[in-house]
Design a protein around this ligand. Structure first.
Ligand SMILES: Nc1nc2c(ncn2[C@@H]2O[C@H](COP(=O)(O)OP(=O)(O)O)[C@@H](O)[C@H]2O)c(=O)[nH]1
Ligand SMILES: [Mg+2]
Length: 246
């Protein structure tokens, strides 16, 4: 790894107090292994004190910061907030429940030396993902195919919560990004295509202890919202709202 590259890792968290100890231990380990790493945990409107618990637990970790936003704005908005003002060379985000273990960071960081943007892909993982309810798997697959068709992109997995950006690419993407919810990943990939950014993929293995029982994804309304968001992306693109030529 280029030992001079600094990196920021953003973890969006919401109502996940039960994971604070386990996640904090992983973050401590990651900072120990990688002195160029800065961690930013972003909580937006947890009702169970997740943000405060992280703040207390991570006080002694000097490379960590916890941001607590007063209102829930969605995962995409939390990630965008976490990247604000970043001066690091590489910006990354990971699901705050560490569905993908912290060990993915080194691979992500190496891949970012070759690509503007790197995304995790569950379809490239060595072991098949267990525990994903069939209805959720089917809707996820359908959303992916439809998003790729409507937005002219082609990735087997757009939704893994493991993505990284070179800082310049992140600046170009996140100043244009508009969505705050579930479909924000595909909006980013659409913008990559329109801005001519190179996208690499790395395997994303879901941890065996990750559970969908505490998932915030509500199949019915989130599927509908995600579908509406796909059409919104097309509409905004048509209206020139993404300022692609600046
Ligand atoms: N800050 C913040 N994080 C969120 C929000 N929605 C989801 N997340 C985080 O994104 C990650 C993935 O969400 P999760 O519900 O576990 O999705 P799943 O694993 O795909 O079922 C979790 O760590 C959540 O805390 C949100 O509204 N705000
Ligand atoms: Mg999860």
């Amino acid at each position: 790894m280029n030992s001079f590259a600094t990196a920021r890792l953003v973890l969006p968290v919401c109502n996940e107090r039960h994971l604070v100890e386990e996640v904090s231990q992983s973050l401590e380990e990651a900072c120990r292994r990688d002195p160029g790493l800065r961690v930013v945990v972003v909580d937006d409107g947890s009702r169970d004190g997740t943000g405060e618990a992280f703040k207390q637990r991570l006080t002694s970790l000097k490379n960590a910061e916890v941001k607590i936003l007063p209102k829930n704005g969605g995962k995409g908005a939390a990630v965008r907030h976490g990247f604000e003002g970043a001066t690091e060379d590489q910006l990354m985000f990971m699901d705050g429940d560490l569905a993908y273990s912290i060990d993915h960071l080194a691979t992500l960081r190496r891949a970012l030396e070759q690509h503007d943007v790197v995304i995790g892909s569950r379809s490239m993982a060595p072991q098949a993902q267990g525990g994903l309810p069939a209805r959720r798997a089917f809707l996820g697959w359908g959303f992916n195919r439809l998003a790729c068709f409507l937005l002219g992109i082609n990735y087997p997995d757009t939704q893994a919560g493991l993505k990284g950006f070179q800082r310049k690419a992140a600046q170009r993407l996140f100043t244009r990004q508009r969505l705050a919810d579930f479909a924000f990943d595909v909006e980013l990939l659409y913008l990559c295509r329109k801005l001519g950014l190179g996208v690499g993929q790395i395997p994303a293995q879901v941890s065996s202890r990750h559970t969908y029982k505490t998932s915030r994804v509500k199949l019915c309304c989130d599927s509908f919202r995600a579908l509406k968001d796909l059409f919104l992306i097309r509409w905004w693109a048509w209206m020139g709202a993404y300022r692609l030529h600046e």
